[in-house]
Design a protein around this ligand. Structure first.
Ligand SMILES: [Zn+2]
Length: 297
């Protein structure tokens, strides 16, 4: 079935704020199937994949962005990588982590993430990497990115991310919304107050996308009265670009000593992609050839 996952970008109130709204139900389902995550890990990874897609949409061309949530909690860290074309991939350190629900019957994402640092690295090509980091605030991911945008990019932002997990561990719905004040909006007190009012009343994005609703409709529904202009709408997907060739280069990069050790073990070498769990098997003879090639070079 064709995915309904889309990211829409729009402008609110003329030039007062910009918005990103996205449905990521299929993206997060794919991640769940790849990594066999349990619900709390599915939610934490899903929210991180969703915000990574938004950060990716802020880039252009061949640029990419890597998000690392290095928390002290049971999940043992989350990584997501997105490009500017709507592709994202990621993994969580401990996909089968389990925690009881919180007192108000929610997945304990904040506790599972723990405290620590949130890193955002933008790869702008030409090996130029721009990195920002902030302390994790609640570990709920949405709050942490609102803090990141405010502190690291001086951009006041509303960030809402949500994932709803089915009893069989698959994903019922997932999505996100990010609204950022533009310079024109910051000085308009009434506009800022209205955005704050809407933000306070927003239902969870996981609930919003339970219904068969498009991101553009979501944007209209909550912000239409302020004047919404749709700028673009693009499909988003979970996508890993790993290949056998890349893992072969990775083996060569280990160097002669490491390859000798692997060969001494006398077994084929199996590598597993952390992002998509795809396995690549290198027969012993091939590893020996790689070593011989490395020695010749
Ligand atoms: Zn892969």
């Amino acid at each position: 079935m064709r995915s309904q996952d889309r990211l829409v970008r729009g402008i609110i109130g003329g030039d007062k704020a910009r918005a990103f709204v996205l449905r990521t139900t299929d993206v997060v389902n794919e991640a769940q199937a790849c990594h066999h995550t349990y619900p709390v890990a599915t939610a934490a990874l899903g929210r991180t994949l969703t915000i990574a897609l938004v950060l990716g949409a802020m880039l252009k061309g061949d640029e990419s962005v890597t998000v690392q949530v290095r928390g002290s909690g049971i999940l043992n860290g989350i990584v997501a990588v997105a490009d500017s074309k709507g592709h994202v991939r990621g993994y969580v350190g401990n996909p089968q982590a389990h925690l009881p629900l919180t007192a108000n019957n929610k997945l304990a994402v904040g506790e599972a993430v723990g405290r620590g640092l949130l890193f955002v690295m933008r790869d702008l090509g030409l090996k130029e990497k721009y990195q920002g980091s902030v302390p994790i605030q609640t570990g709920e991911i949405g709050d942490d990115f609102a803090y990141y945008f405010a502190l690291s990019e001086q951009t006041p932002s509303v960030v809402s991310l949500g994932v709803l997990v089915n009893p069989d561990n698959s994903v019922r719905s997932a999505g996100g919304l990010v609204v950022q004040l533009l310079p024109g909006g910051e000085s308009d007190d009434a506009f800022v107050a209205e955005l704050e009012r809407i933000a306070a009343d927003l239902p969870p994005m996981s609930q919003v996308f339970v219904d068969d609703v498009q991101p553009g409709q979501v944007l209209q529904k909550f912000f239409g009265h302020l004047g919404v202009k749709l700028i673009s709408e693009v499909p988003v997907s979970y996508s890993c670009d790993c290949s056998r060739e890349r893992f072969q280069r990775g083996l060569v990069a280990l160097g002669t000593a490491e390859l000798e050790d692997l060969i001494a073990e006398g077994e084929p070498v199996e590598t597993v992609c952390r992002f998509c769990s795809k396995r690549y098997l290198f027969p012993l003879a091939e590893v020996k050839d790689l070593l011989a090639e490395l020695r010749r070079s």
